[in-house]
Design a protein around this ligand. Sequence first.
Ligand SMILES: [Zn+2]
Length: 361
Amino acid sequence: MREKDYLYSMKLLFLICLAVQGFLPDSLDERVDKLHDSIISIDTHNDFAMSLAFPERRSTVAKGQVSFELMKEGRLDAAFFAAYQGQGPCSEAGREKAKYLADSMLRTLHRYARENRELGGIAYCPEDIRKLKKQGKAAMLLSIENAYCLGEDLSLVEHYYNMGVRMIGLTHNGNNDVADSCIDSLERHGGLSPFGFRVIEEMNRLGMIVDVSHASRKTCLQAVKASNAPIIASHSCVFNLKEIPRNLTDQEILAIAAKGGLVQISIGRYFLSFLPKEQVGLSHLIEHINYVVNLAGVDHVGIGSDFDGGGGIDGVENMGKMKAITRALLEEGYTPEDIAKIWGGNVIRVLDAVRANARSF
Ligand SMILES: [Zn+2]
């Protein structure tokens, strides 16, 4: 072949390659990355604050699953970071200690955000999340897990709102002054206490999301009814798929959905399956998501990892692996629109509704 012909055929081959490449569908990983460019992803629960504020405290749960760096790696745009307290005695001293713990953890989270400002910042509303995403930064939303820290003092709801808190979980694994928990064997209030009803009213007034994960069934159903705005379960799964008190019955899921709220599926073996930990993976997570979608609709489900608090499964061991969920949802046949809702669109809708409701006071 003459040199000129050879060069011509090589050129032609190159152009054909380019054309074919243009028509080939994107690989799944490329589709995942493209999708994350256009959506807002939000995880509604982690316990990072505990290990950050009190590193000396021993715990049996895995740590190191949460950081701004890992959020970036996993394309997770925003997360609710909870100031968590276990339930202690509802005495003056117990309540004081709970408030001290909550305040300390919230201050520590603020400090973390300040010290890592090149990687992320605190968000108080959806606009802040969008702004931070545009800057390539992670958004930290603040929440409280266990309203024990309120004691019997209604003014503390506003105190925590002013510290940036936008969601409060009513209980942990024990009854408190606000409500009954799903774990305590004895009822104290038969759901919400009279003070608990006032707490919900105050949260509605200020614009804070009521979180019913860890609450008793009666507490959950009463909270849905009492709240003027949608409520969420920030990290709970489906009782019909794993029958434990921490998971939600169909009645609870439907009640939460009817109010416009969300069931945020947790990424933890404890919630998902009775199988040994190493055998629990993405298929179990997807099964719980599918269940809520089929029962209540795609507008009422999302993700609440529980990382640094017991979360983590095979394939999604930490926040850096969140893209594996997007991939699994695409493989399951969810549309980009559905995935946008599951990953954070639904949470944004609830944040907006809670704020709009507060403005109506
Ligand atoms: Zn929890």
